[in-house]
Write a protein that binds this ligand. Sequence first.
Ligand code: PLP
Length: 352
Amino acid sequence: MNFASDNVAGASRPVLDAVIAANGGAESAYGVDAYTKRAEELLAGVFERDCAVFLVATGTAANALALSAISQPWSAIFSHAEAHVLDDECGAPEMFTGGAKIVGIPGVAGKFTPAGLEAALERFPKGVAKAVQPAAVSVSQVTEAGTLYTLDEIAAIAATARRHGMATHLDGARFANALAALGCTAAEMTWKAGVDVVSFGATKNGGLACEAVVIFDKDRAADFQYRRKRSGHTLSKGRLLGAQMVGYLENGHWMDNARRANAAAAALSRGLAEVKGVRLAWPTQANEVFAVLPPPVDAALKAAGVRYAPWSSGSLPEGFAIGPQESFARFVTSFASRDEDVEAILRTARGA
Ligand SMILES: *Cc1c(COP(=O)(O)O)cnc(C)c1O
């Protein structure tokens, strides 16, 4: 019963089958193979437009390279204060941009606002040599608090960014979970809302190790093949990335996976919220549940072998405090989460 993250699961069957099917025979190397081409076509279909697609093996590489394509070494890149690009990538965005500064913007529930962005921008005046120069904004969808920006919220941030001459990046490590929850199209959640570059995650939702950088304006993508190669993410047997993405996208498999993960999180969230003494820090909007557990519940779950990630955040709702005895826990569901495990967690929590 491991709910520590969605990457504790292996790859889903159709993805693995696609990799095995792509294994036989000779194929061109370095990402110019038939599988990668098919993946590019499928992603153009997902986004309903022509776009430049670059497959890489990790989300950190996707984010860092995507940001490097829309900034300079002297740039400022704005994200939420607890964004993955800021807290969880060991400085990869800073390294691949050649030194750009990531500036964190505080905000409740993992989200920042246009007003927060405007306030942060005041510290970095344009044309002043001592200040890093605003170049890009990065929005996580799903956020690090398991919440979602509405389409209007994304559009408002992107419009503010554009007004200040900045591009907008969307960190979609959990892109499918967000899409399934919002019930919108990929186009609506990205370029139609003003997003310029997307890190399109597949790994956490059924891939083995595969993410795509999607760049809508092909002019911005002109140098990207060099950036990717320099980072060591141009796989010589590139078909293995292409095949994963094809297996992931074909027959709506990626959205089936996301819907299953989201449904498991919704059931877990509903059930936990009804347990005496348990509180949810944020609403469950995709596949992550953030719960504050009283000591008996925490102890009973641990004794039952349930795994979850101990959490902390400066993004809690105003007045929401976690007592010294309480545990703040993140549960993440995936396509592989089993209903009986969710039920066992709820039974154990209620029993405690
Ligand atoms: C998991 C995750 C990533 C990608 O991380 P990798 O471990 O490098 O694949 C990026 N952004 C967010 C918000 C994530 O949760």
